[in-house]
Design a protein around this ligand. Structure first.
Ligand SMILES: C[S@@+](CC[C@H](N)C(=O)[O-])C[C@H]1O[C@@H](n2cnc3c(N)ncnc32)[C@H](O)[C@@H]1O
Length: 301
C-alpha cells in the first residue's frame, strides 16, 4: 500500500456496519473517534474485523482488514466486488421457515452463493446473528422474520459498504500476519474475542477455545512492538488486571456498559471493559496509567 492517502476519522461517514456481530463495537465508535480527535494516519489496520464498526465509522481510504473467519471475509469480498449481484439475489428471498431451513442446511461451493447464505442467515437467525457451534456448524433456529415490512437487506446499506471497502485489502488470517505489515504512522485497532465469565469469586475466565491466554500474550507483544515503531494502537479487551499487566500503554480507559452476556433469566448487570491506547503523538512524556471512565455507555447495537 502507498503512504499517500491518510486515514482521517470521519464522523459523517455514510456507510454503516451491515452485519450483526457478537462483540460488535458500534456503541463505542463515537468515543473512539473522540479519542482519535481528527488526527490523520498513513493506513488503517483492523485485524479482528467482525462487523467492522470502527472501520465503517472512519471509512479510511487505505485499510488492511482481516479475520480468522473465512466465511466472514468472503462476505466482505463479495460485498466489495459484487454488490449489485448480491442485492439482486437477496431481494427476492422470502423470510420464512422453509427458506431458512434450506439455507441453513446448504453448503454452497461458489463464493457468491456462500455470501448470500451468510447474509440471509445473519438477518433471519434467532437472535439475529450468524453463529457457529463448537463443531463449526450453523444450528441456530429460525428467528421469526421481520417485525417491520422493510426488505431483508437495505440496498443502500450494502452499496455504501461496498464503496467504503473499495480501498480495503481483505484477508483471512491470524491477526499477527496482518500486523506484520503495520508500522510507523499507521492506526491499528484490535478488538479480539474476549468472551469472559465472572465466576463466584470475581475471577475472569478467559475463553480458551476462541482466544487463548497465549493469544493474548502474542497480541500484547505485537501491540507493544507497533507502538515502539510509532503506530497508534487501540486495543479493546476484558477488564482484568492480568490484561493490564501485559501492556504498557499511554492510557487505560475503563468502559462502563450493560452486560449482554447475562443469562435470560437474570437482570442485565453493569459490566466494564478496557480500552488501551498507545498514541505516538502523546508519548512525549513518560507513559502513565490513567484510568478515566467515559461514564456509562450503553450498547446501541
Ligand atoms: C469481538 S469480534 C470483533 C468485533 C468488531 N470490532 C465489530 O465491531 O464488530 C472479534 C473477531 O475476532 C476474530 N478472531 C478471533 N481470533 C482471531 C485471530 N487469532 N486472528 C484474527 N481474528 C480473530 C473473530 O472471528 C471475531 O470476528
Amino acid at each position: 500500500m502507498s503512504s499517500s492517502a491518510p486515514v482521517i476519522p470521519s464522523p459523517q461517514a455514510r456507510a454503516k456496519p451491515f452485519l450483526k456481530w457478537p462483540g460488535g463495537k458500534r456503541w463505542l465508535t463515537r468515543h473512539l473517534l473522540g479519542l482519535l480527535n481528527g488526527s490523520s494516519y498513513r493506513r488503517y489496520f483492523e485485524p479482528f474485523l467482525g462487523g467492522g464498526a470502527l472501520f465503517f465509522a472512519l471509512q479510511p481510504e487505505k485499510a488492511a482488514l482481516s479475520d480468522v473467519n473465512s466465511d466472514l471475509i468472503n462476505v466482505y469480498v463479495q460485498v466489495r466486488n459484487r454488490p449489485h449481484e448480491l442485492i439482486r439475489r437477496l431481494k427476492d428471498l422470502s423470510v420464512d421457515k422453509a427458506t431458512y431451513a434450506r439455507f441453513r442446511s446448504a453448503d454452497p461451493k461458489l463464493n457468491l452463493d456462500r455470501a448470500v447464505r451468510f447474509l440471509y442467515l445473519n438477518r433471519t437467525a434467532f437472535g439475529g446473528m450468524y453463529r457457529l457451534n463448537r463443531q463449526g456448524s450453523f444450528n441456530v433456529p429460525f428467528g421469526g422474520g421481520q417485525r417491520t415490512p422493510e426488505p431483508l437487506w437495505n440496498e443502500n446499506l450494502l452499496q455504501e459498504a461496498s464503496k467504503a471497502l473499495k480501498g480495503a485489502q481483505l484477508q483471512t488470517s491470524d491477526f499477527q500476519e496482518l500486523l506484520a505489515d503495520a508500522g510507523e504512522g499507521d492506526l491499528v485497532y484490535c478488538d479480539p474475542t474476549y468472551t469472559v465469565a465472572h465466576n463466584n469469586n470475581g475471577f475472569v475466565r478467559y475463553n480458551e477455545r476462541n482466544f487463548s491466554w497465549d493469544d493474548q500474550k502474542r497480541l500484547a507483544d505485537t501491540c507493544q512492538r507497533l507502538a515502539r515503531e510509532g503506530a497508534t494502537v487501540l486495543v479493546s479487551n476484558a477488564d482484568h488486571d492480568d490484561i493490564i499487566r501485559l501492556y504498557d500503554p499511554t492510557r487505560v480507559y475503563r468502559l462502563d456498559r450493560m452486560s449482554v452476556l447475562c443469562p435470560a433469566s437474570e437482570k442485565r448487570k453493569p459490566t466494564t471493559e478496557l480500552l488501551l491506547l498507545f498514541d505516538s503523538r502523546r508519548t512525549k512524556r513518560p507513559a502513565q496509567r490513567v484510568r478515566r471512565p467515559f461514564g456509562r455507555i450503553t450498547p446501541d447495537a
